[in-house]
Design a protein. Structure first.
Length: 661
């Protein structure tokens, strides 16, 4: 019923406005220079109120409807024009103009969208911005950079928190020659939007969590594999020494592989398998390698605990907190609003819910409903400044200025908005001294807000200030997620990387395996061999300089050796060292892998983390990142190219270090 009333009201106002414009004739068709969209100059340049007419604003293009006055003008019936419904109508009208090729009228509708969005106080209009981003991408594809930039800028203005809109601005700016300033500005705005607003913050933290988990698992798995390659021959030789002579190295090598891949074959997951590999490699490693392995074991063991701490980020989707965030940050949220109304009908005394429903009722033009919701918010949190201020605005629009003044006075002086609203009432009543005194008090609280208020024009109802919803309160609600729900979510995720092992038991198991590997490998008389530094053959740890028996006989012992045997051994040593050197150089293309294989674990680990992190970031952001707004980032080839370039730089650094060896 309300929607039908709003449509009839919109059409009546539009018809009346157009008739008035036609009858006025050239009155609105101003010559160039008179309607440039700038406020008319006024002799009063100070920020104090004076008894002089307020400056007027002349639009550059004729506007069929004065949206701001229709949205928030005082309504005796308590029912103002439904601005959200008009937003939808203007989107449809603009799309109709575009289909007919009438770009001029479409631009007028876009300007009206901006004005209506500001009047509603909507943070984002992702529906309209998504359409504009799509138009910008199409214009950029056909080479029309002017239209592409204009529509991208409009999308970002309609939805300041829509990262995809800012990124589209960046894409267009990079296609323009000599506009590096635009590209830098767009990139800066895109990064700022990633951490602006509750939903963007949740998405950014979720992305960081996913990238961190995959990077850690990838680095741990690569490091463990490289250590197994480095010491696998020694492990096979130790097993062969304890097998019958007929078994040989082939059978022992197969046994080593069977033991190492048994956890993966048993379905225990990647994380458990990586911990087993790291613990097994500790038996043969030197001290620096063992320290790095233990650090990775501890990091992998902590993964389920990190996931449990971050579980609220995953529980937010589809929850009541998500509905509140949607209502706080979007112009259109019918489903979320319906769910929250159902929750309020159940008798819930919830401040955030009541405050946001009051804000939405005001945007929909239901002023009486807004009054009820703001009073409910005050029942849940008596004396709240934001609710009192916004209730006062609604009361003024209901033509109850005395009641509004009482609410603003009770709100106190901790925020500038109620003080400025009282000053607006004083100005309306021509009490200029009181208005200027209030302006001075407000300037001491929030100078920037006060200056914007002083520079604004319009009726008193248009100048009244609302206190926006503080989205940081949603983080407090998010932290109240039940522990049982968090545990269930973590187990569902952990099963993909840790197998059926309970996530709560994995940290203890991983640490036990790590400590056991450390203790066995650090023993001075451990029965584990080590690679000979000259030829790479397995040698006893107790051997002189770690040489194998052949190298000791030929190079250390005073024993006569046939020249042919010495030459053959020297050729074998050169082949081994050449293979090791070129293996390190080739693996340096995977930055850090060559260092790990060459016995420089710390430097190799640093390069591996950077290299794998860049690769995982590209994979995650290009394919796995999920955001409630479906516009998408559209990273495309530029992001892929930047990721490849970063990996290439890391590989060159690693290759240079290895080549100088």
């Amino acid at each position: 019923m309300r929607y039908a009333e709003g449509v009839v009201r919109v059409r009546g106002v539009m018809i009346g406005a157009w008739v008035g414009l036609v009858l006025a004739g050239p009155a609105w068709a101003q010559p160039a220079g008179e309607g440039d969209g700038e406020p008319a100059e006024s002799a009063a340049t100070s920020t104090t109120f004076v008894a002089a007419p307020a400056p007027t604003y002349r639009p550059a293009l004729p506007a069929p409807v004065q949206l701001r006055s229709e949205v928030i003008a005082p309504a005796a019936s308590g029912r103002a024009h439904t601005g959200v419904e008009e937003l939808l109508e203007r989107l449809e009208t603009r799309a109709s103009y575009l289909r007919k090729g009438n770009t001029a009228s479409a631009e007028i509708e876009l300007g009206q969208l901006f004005e209506l969005r500001d009047a509603l106080g909507a943070v984002n209009v992702p529906l309209a911005s998504g359409l504009l981003v799509h138009e910008s991408r199409e214009a950029l594809a056909r080479g029309d950079t002017k239209v592409a930039l204009a529509t991208a800028e409009a999308a970002a203005r309609l939805s300041p928190e829509l990262v995809g809109a800012h990124w589209q601005r960046f894409q267009v700016a990079t296609a323009l020659e000599g506009r590096l300033d635009l590209a830098v500005s767009a990139a800066r705005d895109a990064l700022a939007a990633r951490v602006r607003g509750f939903r963007n913050q949740v998405a950014a933290l979720t992305d960081l969590l996913g990238i961190f988990v995959l990077t850690l698992l990838g680095v741990a798995a690569l490091y463990a594999l490289l250590q197994l390659v480095r010491y696998g021959r020694c492990a096979a030789a130790d097993i062969a020494d304890r097998l019958p002579g007929w078994a040989g190295m082939l059978v022992s090598s197969l046994m080593v592989l069977l033991v190492l891949f048994a956890p993966l074959a048993a379905g225990l997951g990647v994380a458990t398998t990586v911990v087993v590999w790291l613990a097994a490699s500790m038996l043969y490693q030197v001290t620096s390698e063992r320290v790095v392995s233990m650090l990775l074991v501890v990091a992998v063991a902590a993964l389920p605990l990190v996931m449990y701490a971050a579980a609220p980020l995953l529980l937010v989707h589809g929850s009541a907190v998500d509905d509140l965030a949607e209502l706080a940050s979007e112009a259109f949220a019918p489903e979320a609003e319906a769910r929250l109304l159902a929750a309020s009908a159940a008798g819930s005394r919830d401040y955030e819910l009541s405050f946001l429903l009051g804000r939405r009722a005001r945007a929909m033009g239901d002023l009486e409903g807004a009054e009820r919701w703001y009073r409910a918010a005050l029942e849940a949190r008596p004396g709240d400044v934001a609710a009192k201020n916004n209730l006062g605005v609604v009361l003024y629009l209901l033509r109850r200025p005395d009641a509004a003044r009482i609410e603003w006075r009770d709100a106190g002086g901790t925020r500038a908005e109620p003080v400025l609203n009282i000053s607006a009432l004083d100005l309306e009543a021509s009490r200029f001294e009181e208005a200027n005194a209030g302006l001075a008090r407000a300037r001491a609280i929030d100078r920037a807000r006060t200056e914007r208020f002083s520079d604004s024009v319009g009726t008193t109802g248009e100048r009244l200030l609302d206190v926006p919803f503080d989205q940081s309160a949603l983080w407090t609600r998010l932290a109240r997620a039940p522990a049982a729900d968090a545990s269930e979510v973590v187990q569902g995720l952990w099963t993909r990387v840790g197998g059926p092992l309970p996530w709560a038991a994995f940290p203890a198991l991983a640490l036990v395996l790590g400590v056991l590997g450390w203790l066995l490998g650090a023993r001075a008389h451990a029965p584990f061999s080590t690679p000979c530094p000259k030829c790479g053959q397995p040698a006893s740890r107790r051997a002189v300089d770690g040489y194998c028996s052949q190298c000791q006989t030929i190079f250390l012992k005073a024993v006569a050796v046939e020249p042919a045997m010495r030459l053959a051994k020297e050729r074998a040593i050169r082949r081994h060292q050449g293979r090791a050197l070129w293996g390190e150089r080739l693996l340096s293309l995977l930055a850090g892998a060559g260092h790990v294989l060459g016995g420089r674990p710390v430097e190799g680990l640093i390069l591996l983390v950077a290299f794998v992190g860049v690769a995982v970031h590209w994979l995650w952001m290009d394919r796995l990142s999920v955001h409630p707004w479906a516009t998408g980032l559209g990273l495309g080839t530029w992001h892929f190219g930047a990721s490849v370039a970063a990996c290439g730089v890391l590989a060159l650094i690693a290759l240079r270090r290895t080549w100088a060896k």
